[in-house]
Every structure is written in C-alpha cells, then in structure tokens.
Ligand binder design. Structure first.
Ligand SMILES: [Zn+2]
Length: 306
C-alpha cells in the first residue's frame, strides 16, 4: 500500500461501526468541535446543525451544549446515518481558582453513567444558581425575572445570558453588555459565585467515558499571561488532553500563540467555532482556518493506523 494511502480507524465513535480515513486526509479534515444547539444557549435545533454542517462540507463535528447531551438524545436516528460524522460532545462549566472556565469533552460514550450523573449535578447547580440570581435581582427591584428567563432558555435551566436577555426584554437595560455590566457580571448585584465541577473532576468524568478533555477558548477568559500559564499547568496536571487552538474567527497571532502553548505543554489541538446562531460571521459552523502545522490534531488521537 502506498504511504499516502495508509488507512486509519476512528475509535470510540458512538453510533457507528469503524470508520476509515486515509492518513493524509486526517490533518486537513474540515472539522468543528464546538457548536451549541437550542438544547443550551444556541438558536438552532440539533437537526438543523447537522444540515448546516453538511452544507459547508464539515467532515466531523460535535454539538457541545453547556452541561447537556440532550441534543444526542434527540438525534438518535440521525446518528445511525453514514454522513456527516458527529462526535459526541459537551461543554462543561468548571470552577478553577474561584473563576469559571470551560472544558469541552469530546468523543465519549454517551451512555456512561458517570458522565450522565455529572451532567445531572451540573444542571442542579445551574438551576440553583438561576434561583439565586433571580432572588438577587428581585432584591435589586427587578420582579418576575425567573419566569421570563426560563421562557428564553429553551430546554434547560436559564444561564446568565438568558437573564441578560430577560433584562433587555423587560426594558431594564439597553443590551446584553449592559445587563452584565450592571447586574450579572462578576462583582455586580446579581452575580452569584457558582461551584461547578473542578478541572480534575471533569477530566476524570470525560476520560472515564473514553473521551478527550479540551480546554475551551483559552484566550477568552481575560486572564493575564501568568494566570493562563497556571491554568494550563493545572490542566496538564489533571491529565487534560487538548487546547482549543482555534476558536471561531480569531486572529492569526492568537492562533500561533495557542499553537505554541499547546506544543509547550504537550497538549493536542482542537478546533471549534463556538457557534450559537446564524448571521454571526465570527462563529459560523465549519468555517475555520486550518491548524498550524506544529499542532497534533485531537482527532488524530482517536484514529488508529491499520
Ligand atoms: Zn461554547
């Protein structure tokens, strides 16, 4: 067999039999491993995400709702199809040094009891937080906000974005940014510090279900360089697998910076749009630059040469 035609098997690919790819194709695959549906704070139905991904020729992708795998329950029939390829995913909220960061779990067993109970726990945390936020808003003079936030949150308990939308809808603030600046952001009257799972707990949950743990959008937390280094170090210590080296339409300098960090800390690299809704050109499904050559794509970890 010619070298360029080496065959690769995709392992742990739930809902399918083995999938074969020629090795030379793997590095150049069009992928998107960070997409939100309306099972969390995205706008599209999971089925419409599959359509959009197919339309742009996405070869592998993942719906990664916040602490939810409900999209996969809705898609059971679609998952049996040959194409496009969906990798099970979930974006976990994580408490790290009293701040919230996100870890995307990918390519895990959707039936894992440990994973399901972690998601149940996170949802309970989110539900309790929504009540606490509503109480604080109430104290600040904003009434009937919880019901409004629930009406906007679709299938899960409302997150801060839904409260922000509710505040806009009620005419209390002009826009989402103002809602965070005045009420919901860190240190504001309706900010509730939340105890999510820890970095180590999330890595354990994802990896025990056969999946990979990816630190989402490392540059979007607004951390100083030394704090980011500490986060990456801690993520490495608990066995994190990859960094999201490409997040949406970020600039080349950031991509190069993250690629170097992934290499320095010996992480694989992932790619994700963080798509939430159509008509947001900075985060469209599957329209992402290729990973820099120094990166080891996370999906190559799921592939075995035969
Ligand atoms: Zn996200």
């Amino acid at each position: 067999m010619a070298k360029s035609a080496k065959i690769i098997t995709l392992t742990n690919f739930q809902g399918y039999g083995p999938v074969f790819f020629p090795k030379f194709q793997v590095d150049q695959m069009k992928v998107d491993f960070h997409i939100h549906s309306n099972c969390s704070d995205g706008e599209l139905e999971p089925r419409d995400i599959i359509r959009s991904a197919a339309k742009v020729g996405c070869e592998m992708f993942s719906i990664t709702d916040h602490d939810s795998i409900a999209a996969y329950e809705m898609l059971e029939d679609d998952l049996k199809g040959e194409k496009p390829r969906i990798v099970p995913g979930c974006e976990f909220s994580v408490s790290w040094e009293r701040q919230e960061v996100h870890v995307v779990g990918l390519n895990f067993d959707l039936g894992s009891p440990k994973l399901k109970s972690a998601i149940t726990q996170q949802n309970l945390t989110r539900r309790n937080r929504s009540v606490a936020i509503a109480q604080r808003l109430e104290t600040a003079g904003v009434t009937d906000i919880l019901a409004k936030a629930y009406s906007l949150s679709g299938k899960g308990p409302p997150g801060r974005l839904h409260f922000a939308q509710a505040l806009v809808a009620k005419g209390i603030v002009r826009n989402i940014q103002q809602a965070f600046d005045r009420y919901l952001g860190a240190g504001q009257v309706a900010f509730v510090e939340t105890s999510w799972l820890s970095l180590g707990e999330v890595c354990e949950v994802v990896q025990s279900a056969g999946g990979s743990a990816v630190l989402a959008h490392p540059l979007k937390y607004g951390f100083s360089n030394s704090r980011l280094m500490k986060l990456l170090e801690d993520f490495g210590l608990v066995g994190g697998d990859a960094l999201e080296v490409i997040s949406g339409n970020q600039n080349r300098d950031n991509t190069a910076h993250l690629a170097r960090l992934a290499r320095k800390f010996d992480f694989a690299a992932s790619v994700g749009s963080d798509f939430h809704r159509p008509n947001a050109p900075w985060a469209s499904i599957g329209r992402l630059p290729a990973l820099p050559g120094i990166c080891r794509p996370i999906w190559s970890d799921w592939l075995i040469k035969v």
